[in-house]
Ligand binder design. Structure first.
Ligand SMILES: Nc1nc2c(c(=O)[nH]1)N[C@H]1C(S)=C(S)[C@@H](COP(=O)(O)OP(=O)(O)OC[C@H]3O[C@@H](n4cnc5c(=O)[nH]c(N)nc54)[C@H](O)[C@@H]3O)O[C@H]1N2
Ligand SMILES: Nc1nc2c(c(=O)[nH]1)N[C@H]1C(S)=C(S)[C@@H](COP(=O)(O)OP(=O)(O)OC[C@H]3O[C@@H](n4cnc5c(=O)[nH]c(N)nc54)[C@H](O)[C@@H]3O)O[C@H]1N2
Ligand code: SF4
Ligand SMILES: [Mo]
Length: 739
């Protein structure tokens, strides 16, 4: 029997559990219907103060993900190539400890490497365990999703504001001019822009008379609905943005008073900016000087304007400089900290402050052994991982822990990494799927299902367009014997002689407490973090300030209001100023200043990436609703390029790059700029077919088979995943070539 309630109709006897979606950064509120311990449906939570009923198909698919029969529920031990057998938890943790300890004793801590995958940022318990885990392993060989995602943004923030996590957010709800580069929030639902319902938010900018300008080599879903789409040559956004900033300064419309009062190093930056003019970058960027100049003038004269860039721009040859230049555009107009400009959040859990305490902010504090690539925010570039495993010598990586990551599909030259992984002495994957990466592990440790753990938005509240706080309960109990990620990481850390925090004296106390039933949990840290955070109750016994209990009691989450104006609270430099003269950034500007003189070749074909509504990086393709319907792993090709390559219709063609040649399904469309082709990442599931039946039946190809780990961005060693030189040929020619 159906009951009609204010949350919509639901089954009599079913319980409704409200919870934030943990799949992407938007963090939408969902209402789950639970019957007899099983989740029977998910629907939008209309009363979530932040998402107000917005969701996407992935959130609705969470119950199917949770109940996926292919999801692992028990640890597995390798018995042969692609062969595994179940093993008990006690035995599994002991084995991992024994093998990692042996490698460390024989070859030192750096012989152990970790890769921390994207889902860690949606997993507060694992995120809090990161420091303890790395300390316990005793390695500096930490890799993560960051070098395919945000390392450039982190480094830019480190130099500008003194903290990698001081990330300005576009105030989309109040701005009147949004200049958006390399992001497609209508599909990605926003990145470092936690804002459910970006479609509605962008529409409202236009409804209040504002303007949305999207810079992208593809007429993306967001560009399609914007006031203007500027088609740019991949990898050239830094030059475009520096020209925009340069033009604003040259035309006398910059906010000199702001620059003098709030910034240091302007005198070093200004002369370098002068090289970047709408004319000097036009051939390089493919954007005509008139358009660049007009956008600069519109931006400077809009009452409230903000410039925002994301992954499309980060994953290029000049990603760090482009992220820096994004902020420079805002800064020269005094838009940092201004309403409708670029603002910092004031989250209930103050992650930037916590991060400063555990590990600090940094770039280049150590370097990778083989290529000398720098660390950023504690992680080395993943593009260096394969060579660190392959290259003999002191510090060669022999043991590997992969946490919630699938780097064979998500990092450049995946096939080379796969070969390297198969040569390791010992590898552990903490993952609930056997996939393209975990199939190389000696031990696979699956965490409890995605709906069985309490969830706290620790990371993304820091980049949200409103201040919000929420603790979500588990929707269902975990199955007997299942362990949460943080419990697995804590058990491993203890096997290796460490503890939960990575601070020796504190770990000793917790490790002793554990013996008497008073163990650390993520709650122990977060209870304090809420109480002593910016909105916390502090030592007062009563009052309106936040405590864990108060947040947890608010079923739909707490809205803590609009972002505050002002930026100084997020500037961590001792002089309290924004620094415009970070050495590596000025060096990169000089380098780019030389490069803009070289015009692109007419033959050039550059590969870029994109996301799709029903993908979640590399791992939701085993849910039938995510792959049903027409084929979606398609290479978008401009008809001009197709004709040049002798391809006259949609279908299979051969794509070549320096590292790989392979077939790909092609779709001809003018939505992509001539000279550019676009392939989504996260596909390529053929080798996972034995364990993921649905994904295996819709394999697609992996974009990172073609990307090249030897070419990296110049400041942080970011993987160059956009702007990869490729060639296209008809499949038939290839067949006759090989005859
Ligand atoms: N549906 C879905 N949503 C997701 C994800 C997913 O896999 N699927 N992944 C999540 C993750 S981990 C992240 S980090 C975010 C990322 O979210 P976004 O930062 O919004 O990234 P994308 O959606 O990939 O959009 C990047 C855009 O950059 C363009 N682009 C490529 N190269 C260049 C270039 O050189 N210059 C410019 N200006 N543009 C370029 C592409 O054409 C594309 O339209 O999305 C998150 N949300
Ligand atoms: N060519 C190209 N490559 C890209 C990108 C691009 O734009 N172009 N984008 C990059 C970006 S932004 C990112 S963030 C990376 C992402 O790449 P990765 O860091 O490799 O992350 P995912 O592909 O999301 O894979 C996540 C893995 O974790 C598992 N998992 C999911 N949830 C949990 C959990 O709660 N606990 C545990 N233990 N495991 C879990 C999944 O089964 C899956 O195997 O990919 C990057 N790769
Ligand atoms: S937009 Fe992101 S957070 Fe919202 S339902 Fe979809 S996957 Fe979940
Ligand atoms: Mo990402």
């Amino acid at each position: 029997m159906l009951l009609s309630t204010r949350y919509g109709s639901h089954t009599l006897g079913a319980e409704l559990v409200f919870r934030t979606c943990t799949l992407c950064e938007a963090g939408c509120g969902l209402a789950f219907e639970v019957e007899g311990g099983r989740v029977v449906s998910a629907r939008p939570d209309l009363y979530d103060p932040f998402s107000k009923g917005h969701v996407c198909p992935k959130g609705i698919a969470l119950p199917a993900l949770h109940d996926d029969p292919d999801r692992l529920r028990q640890p597995l031990r390798r018995t042969g190539p692609d062969a595994f057998e179940p093993i008990g938890w006690g035995e599994a943790i002991a084995l991992a400890g024994e093998r990692f300890r042996a490698i460390r004793a024989a070859h030192g801590g750096d012989a152990l490497a970790v890769y921390l995958g994207n889902p860690i940022v949606h997993n507060h318990g694992a995120l809090l365990m990161r420091h303890g885990l790395l300390r316990a392993l005793g390695t500096r060989n930490s890799y993560s999703a960051s070098s395919q995602d945000t390392a450039p943004r982190f480094a830019a923030s480190h130099y500008l504001y003194g903290n990698v996590l001081s990330i300005p957010i576009p105030d989309v709800d109040r701005t009147e001019y949004l200049l958006c580069l390399g992001a497609n929030p209508l599909v990605s639902n926003g990145s470092f822009l936690t804002a459910p319902d970006m479609r509605g938010r962008l529409r409202r900018i236009r409804e209040r008379g504002g303007r949305v300008v999207v810079v992208d080599p593809r007429r993306s879903e967001t560009a399609e609905r914007a006031d203007e789409h500027v088609s740019i040559r991949p990898g050239t956004d830094a030059a475009f943005l520096l020209a925009v900033a340069g033009e604003i300064v040259a035309s006398g419309s910059s906010d000199r008073a702001f620059l003098e009062r709030e910034c240091a190093g302007w005198e070093a930056l200004e002369p370098l900016l002068a090289r970047f003019t709408p004319e000097s970058v036009a051939a390089f960027t493919g954007v005509d000087a008139g358009t660049t100049r007009r956008i600069a003038n519109e931006f400077a004269s809009a009452r409230r304007a903000v410039c925002y860039s994301r992954v499309g721009v980060c994953n290029t040859r000049h990603g760090t400089l482009a992220s820096f230049a994004t902020d420079v555009v805002n800064l020269v107009c005094g838009r940092l900290g201004a309403e409708g400009g670029a603002l910092f959040s004031t989250p209930a859990l103050d992650l930037p402050a916590l991060a400063m305490r555990f590990g600090g902010s940094g770039h280049g504090r150590w370097r990778s052994r083989v290529r000398g690539l720098p660390e950023t925010a504690g992680d080395l570039p993943a593009a260096a991982l394969a060579e660190e495993i392959e290259t003999p010598g002191e510090g060669q990586v022999r043991g590997f822990l992969c946490f919630a990551g699938n780097p064979v599909l998500s990092t450049p030259n995946g096939p080379r990494l796969a070969r390297a992984l198969s040569r390791l002495d010992f590898m552990v994957s903490i993952d609930f799927y056997l996939n393209e990466t975990s199939r190389h592990a000696d031990l696979v440790l699956p965490p409890a299902g995605p709906l069985a753990e309490e969830h706290v938005e620790l990371f993304f509240a820091n980049v949200a367009v409103r201040n919000v706080a929420r603790v979500s309960p588990p929707v269902v109990d975990r199955a007997p014997g299942e362990r949460y990620d943080w419990e697995i990481l804590l058990a491993l850390a203890r096997e290796l002689g460490g503890g939960p925090t990575g601070i020796r004296w504190l770990d000793k106390i917790w490790n002793l407490g554990a013996r008497f039933g008073r163990d650390w949990t993520p709650r122990s840290t977060l209870t304090l973090a809420y109480r002593f955070g910016p909105h916390g109750r502090g030592l007062r016994p009563f009052g309106r300030g936040l405590t864990w209990k108060r947040v947890a009691a608010s079923v739909h989450g707490l809205d803590l209001g609009e972002l505050e104006t002002g930026h100084r609270r997020r500037v961590f430099h001792r002089d309290g100023r924004v620094h415009l003269d970070g050495r590596p950034l000025l060096d990169a500007m000089r380098e780019l200043g030389d490069e803009i003189a070289t015009p692109p070749s007419a033959e050039e074909l550059l590969l870029v990436g994109r996301r799709q509504v029903r993908t979640n990086n590399s791992w939701m393709h085993n849910v039938p609703a995510m792959v049903s319907g027409r084929e979606r792993c398609l290479l978008l090709v401009n008809p001009e390029d197709a004709a040049r390559a002798g391809i006259h219709a949609d279908g299979e063609a051969l794509l070549e790059s320096r590292v790989h040649t392979g077939p790909v399904s092609v779709k001809l469309t003018d939505e992509i700029r001539a000279g550019v082709v676009s392939l989504p990442h996260g596909w390529g599931h053929a080798t996972a077919a034995p364990w993921q039946k649905v994904a295996g039946a819709h394999p697609g190809v992996s974009a990172n088979d073609w990307t090249d780990s030897t070419v990296v961005e110049s400041v942080v060693g970011q993987s160059v995943l956009n702007g990869v030189p490729v060639r296209l040929r008809p499949l038939a020619t290839a067949a006759s070539d090989s005859n």
